[in-house]
Design a protein around this ligand. Structure first.
Ligand code: CA
Length: 269
């Protein structure tokens, strides 16, 4: 293990969990939690379609695993995910209409310091927890988000709304969706949460913040969040990825000075 590998493995901890929930028969969510990608995809389209859509989407990121992320390659992977799903449905008309959300973060480098690239299509979410404050980084692409923005319903009402599952952007469409994209500097001690709506439909932001505040290990935190959704009824599939940067993570910026570069030799073809 070289210095770069040590820096990455010692300062970033991640944990993930995906669960079918208490009502659904198939888990159409998929997660990827391999440095530098921490991503959730929430598939739709019914049995043997939604789960394929989310899996196809995440597959496009695998060739990039192990390398510091580059903005243009993240965009290219999102475009490739859309095209791969469209191509799949064209060859199999019975899967027409399948698609997936895609939300995630990827660690890369800009100007000599590490940054998170945050991306979103659909109503899965990325949250950031820092300084005891939880903020939702992404904006939902959903009908209820538009109703909230218009002042017609509250966030609490949205979680119970009959059309809460209707999203306004997804992968698997022609033309492809425009993803939202943010670039945020990586900060010591911060925690990122990527999750499907199966978590946020059941567990409010205050409860999510309370769980993150405990600062248990990333994997224990992921388990706690899913357990809370299950206890609340888990009417949908539930997926979470938790990513924590160590408190003392200050000295490693220059270790990821040029992108892309291999951070792990194993598993990279
Ligand atoms: Ca869902």
């Amino acid at each position: 293990m070289n210095d770069v590998e040590r820096a990455a493995t010692s300062t970033i901890a991640s944990g993930s969990r995906t669960d079918v929930g208490a009502v659904r028969e198939v888990n159409e969510d998929a997660v990827l939690a391999e440095f530098p990608f921490f991503v959730v995809a929430d598939g739709m389209g019914g049995h043997a379609a939604g789960d394929i859509a989310s899996a196809i989407a995440l597959e496009q990121f695998r060739p990039l695993v192990g390398y510091a992320a580059r903005q243009e390659l993240v965009h290219a992977a999102i475009d490739a995910a859309n095209e791969a799903i469209v191509e799949w449905t064209q060859q199999r008309p019975e899967t027409m209409g399948m698609g997936t959300t895609l939300s995630g973060i990827a660690l890369g480098e800009i100007g000599g310091s590490r940054h998170w690239f945050v991306f979103n299509v659909g109503d899965s979410r990325v949250y950031r927890y820092a300084g005891a404050v939880l903020s939702q980084v992404t904006s939902d692409h959903s009908e209820v988000a538009e109703l909230i923005a218009a002042g017609r319903i509250t966030a609490d009402q949205a979680r119970q709304h009959p059309r809460r599952n209707v999203i306004t952007r997804s992968l698997g469409t022609q033309p492809g969706p425009v993803p939202d994209f943010w670039v945020l500097p990586a900060q010591p001690g911060e925690i990122y949460l990527v999750c499907s709506d199966g978590l946020t439909s059941e567990v409010g932001d205050d409860d999510i913040a309370a769980i993150l505040h405990l600062r248990r290990s990333a994997q224990a935190t992921a388990n706690d969040l899913v357990d809370r959704a299950l206890a609340a009824g888990a009417r949908d599939n539930v997926s979470v990825v938790v990513v924590a940067l160590a408190d003392d993570d200050v000295a490693h910026d220059l270790d990821v000075a040029t992108a892309p570069r291999p951070l792990y030799r194993d598993g990279v073809s």
